[in-house]
Design a protein around this ligand. Structure first.
Ligand SMILES: CC(C)(COP(=O)(O)OP(=O)(O)OC[C@H]1O[C@@H](n2cnc3c(N)ncnc32)[C@H](O)[C@@H]1OP(=O)(O)O)[C@@H](O)C(=O)NCCC(=O)NCCS
Length: 190
């Protein structure tokens, strides 16, 4: 499959563009912290060179038919403060929304603002039918982002995810369909 180049998306306060090697230090700043990766299912980064290898892997995802990862960049300062992506992509059908924001910037609505733009891209440009999002039931911030996005709550996948340390977690499942999305757009609610 050919590479789908990520567009530059712009929101009120953010630019979203493909993550690049020059993001290594901004990403390592938050990805090394113990309260970030594990609640999203990944291990804290152990060094900047590990972060660099993760970015390389993100940029090579197209080789497996997957989409790339957007860096969330603050317009005001140019700082890269997180990532947002549509992963587990099935062309013409569905993908899963994933996001991470640096704790230094939590609670400002950035995950919500970035996700809104990426969901719109998924429906308008990728012609997806469904976008899913899931979070540990205990990850209140992520569950709240899904609620703010007006995703439909579909229930709990009990013991649905095994973390890298072997612990097993209940997962809240949310989704939005193209019908939901365009209905909100028509009503001016998106
Ligand atoms: C989840 C995450 C991306 C949210 O980023 P963010 O930019 O702070 O998100 P937003 O500001 O858009 O929204 C967060 C919401 O959670 C709320 N919140 C924060 N702590 C909370 C808590 N303990 N209980 C309930 N809600 C909480 C905030 O008040 C905000 O809601 P509001 O706008 O109604 O006030 C960020 O916390 C993060 O990166 N966490 C670690 C990685 C992760 O969990 N990724 C998602 C995996 S599914």
């Amino acid at each position: 499959m050919g590479k789908i180049n990520l567009p530059l998306l712009e929101t009120e306060r953010l630019y979203l563009r493909e993550v690049e090697e020059s993001d290594t230090y901004d990403m390592y700043e938050y990805a090394q912290l113990p309260n970030v990766g594990p609640v999203a299912g990944w291990e804290p980064h152990i060094s900047p060179s590990y972060t660099k290898s993760v970015i390389k892997m993100f940029r090579n995802k197209y080789q497996y038919g997957q989409l790339g990862v957007f860096a969330i960049v603050l317009k005001s300062t140019g700082k890269m403060i997180g990532t947002v992506e549509l992963h587990t992509y099935v062309k013409g059908h569905k993908a899963e929304l994933g996001y991470t924001v640096s704790p230094y910037f939590w609670g400002n609505g950035y995950a919500y603002e970035a996700s809104k733009a990426v969901i719109a891209w998924g429906f308008d440009e990728l012609m997806l039918k469904r976008i899913e999002c899931s979070a540990y039931t205990t990850n209140f911030q992520s569950n709240r982002v899904c609620e703010k996005l007006k995703l439909t709550y579909e229930g709990i996948k009990r013991k649905g995810y095994m973390l890298y340390d072997g612990s097993v977690h209940d997962v809240s499942c949310y989704s939005i369909t193209d019908d939901d999305f365009y209905s909100m757009v028509r009503k001016g609610e998106w």
